[in-house]
Design a protein around this ligand. Structure first.
Ligand code: ATR
Length: 299
């Protein structure tokens, strides 16, 4: 007959050998996060989220699901509950989601939602894209935007997210460029200026930051560039592209060949996920292992 202490010891040994999933304390269900959108087959979010969860020592799962706008309501109804870690949204759901949640002030200002969480109060929607880009800029370049001239290409949702964050960073000036200038004009606030698409070269100056937010150069059209760089670039220019597939884009490679510092879109994808996980769980994973997992998956 085993005495009480031996029972405890044998149970402890048994527990040590059980997989983490089975060892969940009661009330702490195996949680899952999701990427919803269409198409999602190409998405690298599972790789980078799993790298984050492993680092946090959590057995959480990440799943991507093909969801069209008209299916969002029923999918949200299905996923709501204590087993849900959170939801990432991609096209074409980032605006549809406003109908089903309370948006944070940031999501409202950007006009798009890229993450959702469920609580007793219902669904809340947030946007971590702009913060993700800013975190990536600070962390990967070790630079700030303060006092720099900022030239932003594009006028879509990604552009709105970046603009929302950079406005508070005290750049000396923000100039917007878009193929369709009316769309850029609709975004310009205060002292922001819209320049002609063809005037980019004329607007460049030493130490300026150019942020490319259009879809030009994205796989499978990786041979395209939004605009041609001049032969000579001003000193200290920083060229950024939000596209992460391919990384770097042809446009970014051309900037690097002319001596610019460059920032590809991988960091933004990673840091928006870092901020989403922090918003869902209150815990912030390190970006390094996530960035490594993403780059590995793109090879
Ligand atoms: P997202 O929400 O992902 O930013 P979007 O709202 O479709 O996407 O915006 C795409 C951006 O890429 C727009 O700024 C678009 O320019 P227009 O407003 O003129 O359409 C830009 N874009 C797409 N294809 C382009 C091209 N071939 N040349 C220049 N800009 C292009």
């Amino acid at each position: 007959m085993l005495c009480f202490a031996e029972h405890v010891e044998s149970l402890r040994r048994l527990a040590q050998n059980l997989p983490r999933q089975i060892l969940r304390p009661r009330g702490s269900p195996l949680k899952s996060a999701y990427l919803l959108g269409s198409p999602v087959a190409h998405s690298r979010s599972p790789q980078l989220h799993q790298a984050a969860y492993a680092q946090l020592g959590e057995p959480w799962q990440f799943e991507k699901r093909e969801v069209k706008p008209e299916q969002l309501a029923s999918v949200l109804e299905e996923l709501a509950g204590p087993e849900l870690l959170g939801i990432n949204l991609t096209l074409p759901l980032k605006e549809t989601a406003f109908s089903y949640c309370s948006p944070t002030p940031e999501a409202r200002a950007i006009g798009a939602i890229n993450c959702l969480r469920w609580s007793d109060r219902g669904w809340e929607g947030h946007n971590s894209d702009g913060q993700g880009w800013l975190d990536s800029f600070h962390e990967e370049l070790g630079a700030t935007l303060q006092g720099r001239k900022l030239l932003v290409l594009g006028a879509g949702g990604a552009c709105r997210a970046v603009l929302h964050k950079v406005r508070g960073q005290h750049p000396s000036e923000i100039v917007l460029f878009n193929r369709t200038p009316e769309r850029a004009r609709a975004l310009a606030q205060g002292v922001e200026r819209v320049a002609a698409w063809s005037d980019l070269a004329r607007e460049l100056e030493p130490g300026c930051v150019v942020v490319q937010t259009t879809s030009v150069g994205m796989w499978p059209y990786q041979e395209e560039v939004p605009l041609a760089w001049p032969e000579q670039l001003p000193s200290g220019l920083i060229a950024c592209d939000l596209i992460y597939n391919p990384s770097p884009t042809l446009w970014l490679r051309q900037a690097a060949e002319r001596g610019a510092r460059t920032l590809d879109g991988c960091g933004m994808l990673v840091h928006q996920a870092v901020r989403a996980i922090e918003w869902w769980t209150g815990r912030k994973p390190e970006s390094g292992p996530m960035l490594a997992a993403l780059r590995e998956s793109l090879r």
